[in-house]
Write a protein that binds this ligand. Structure first.
Ligand code: AMP
Length: 364
């Protein structure tokens, strides 16, 4: 079996690492000459829109998947004409446009922040007569890790904010005063079988995920599962999905979903019976899904912009280091560490040490 991946970064790297024990082979398409997965897979180097390379990828791979959602719709459609593509292009087209995504949530009766669609400064001014400050102006497309977003505090700021997003199509949404941010990661097979991971509680700073902690037995697990099932079934989805939610007084408001393996699920590598990467492969290869049960207390810390030494991470009990083979650059995710322990006390101590280490090397 050969799996093709659009993108050869850290997510592709971790998918490939999970596939090796199952004797799965990989081929990645990525423009850079050295990306995280290129040492683990055949590498087609070039642009994601290069038809000849896409045709080669489709020919060589039994199934194609991707590690980011901003794949141009025509690329996904082209691949789908020539081979199996999972998740299917419809999941991409919904998730890569914040307006379509919000409309989709509404069709499914999944609550979101109040929002309006913006195509001009006048639209923005009118929308802000109905949406309360603070609010966030977000570009409809190509946004990730807080990019293409402006926090709006007052009317006087609107013209400047519109310029800051470079006057592209946007949505504006009310700021959600949440108690916590969580995500639910789930895997679905073509026969409709679904496996849910325990919720992750996620801490962001400057719009970038810093820490994700597995919450076994969370009282809102069922609510999150009921939302993600609607989404998976409506899209006839195959693969792993991540749905990001705000917890507001015990009820969820959806932020966005990612049609792929997700940073908030990296703790599953050592912290779950079957990692999100392995379950993604099982789902797209139509194999039985593995148990998503957590193995004790577990979580993950991201390293952004700077890398601690291998020794400093491995000196922390219960820590496992995952390097992405990327050179450090400001704001760039370059590695993460997971922690897994049998006791809560041991877990919390190790997690705290990792958080301090990440702070000492942070460049974001
Ligand atoms: P996003 O790129 O939409 O995932 O936004 C990145 C992060 O910004 C989220 O994980 C939240 O921490 C924060 N954020 C985004 N939208 C909102 C909102 N409407 N209300 C409050 N915080 C938000």
């Amino acid at each position: 079996m050969k799996v093709g991946i659009l993108g050869g970064g850290q997510l592709a790297r971790m998918i490939a690492l999970a596939g090796y024990p199952l004797d799965v082979e990989f081929i990645v398409l990525d423009p850079s000459d050295h990306a995280g997965a290129t040492g683990l897979a055949e590498h087609l180097q070039g642009d994601y829109t290069d038809k000849a390379l896409l045709a080669e990828l489709a020919k060589k791979a039994d199934v194609v998947t991707y590690e980011f959602e901003n794949v141009p719709a025509e690329v996904a459609a082209f691949l789908a004409e020539h081979t199996r593509v999972y998740p299917a292009p419809n999941a991409l087209s919904v998730s890569q446009d914040r307006l379509h995504e919000k409309e989709f949530f509404h069709q499914l009766n999944i609550p979101t922040a109040h929002y309006a669609t913006i195509g001009s400064l006048e639209d923005l001014r009118q929308a802000m007569e109905h949406i309360k400050y603070p609010a966030i102006l977000k570009s409809r497309r190509m946004g990730y890790d807080g990019k293409g977003q402006v926090f709006l505090k007052s009317e006087g700021q609107l013209a400047e904010a519109w310029d800051a997003v470079e006057r592209v199509d946007c949505v504006v949404e009310g700021f959600v005063d949440f108690q916590r941010e969580v995500s639910i990661i789930a895997a679905r097979r073509a026969n409709g079988e679904i496996a849910f991971y325990p919720l992750s509680e996620n801490i962001h700073e400057k719009g970038i995920l810093r820490v994700a902690e597995c919450c076994v037995g969370d009282k809102l697990q069922q609510q999150a599962e009921s939302y993600v099932v609607k989404l998976l079934d409506a899209l006839d989805y195959v693969g792993v999905v991540a749905l990001e939610l705000f917890d507001v007084d015990g009820s969820f408001v959806a932020n966005e979903f990612a049609p792929r393996v997700h940073n908030s699920g990296h703790w599953t590598i050592e912290g779950a019976e079957t990692s999100q990467f392995e379950n993604h492969l099982r789902a797209i290869l139509n194999l039985p899904l593995g148990s998503t049960k957590a193995r004790g207390y577990t979580g993950m810390v991201n390293f952004i912009g700077g890398l601690p030494t291998i020794e400093s991470v491995l000196n922390i009990p219960n820590a496992h280091y995952h390097l992405y083979a990327k050179s450090p650059r400001k704001g760039r995710k370059v590695a993460h560490a997971t922690v897994r322990a049998d006791s809560k006390e041991e877990y919390s101590k190790s997690l705290q040490k990792l958080i301090e280490l990440a702070k000492s090397t942070d460049d974001s």
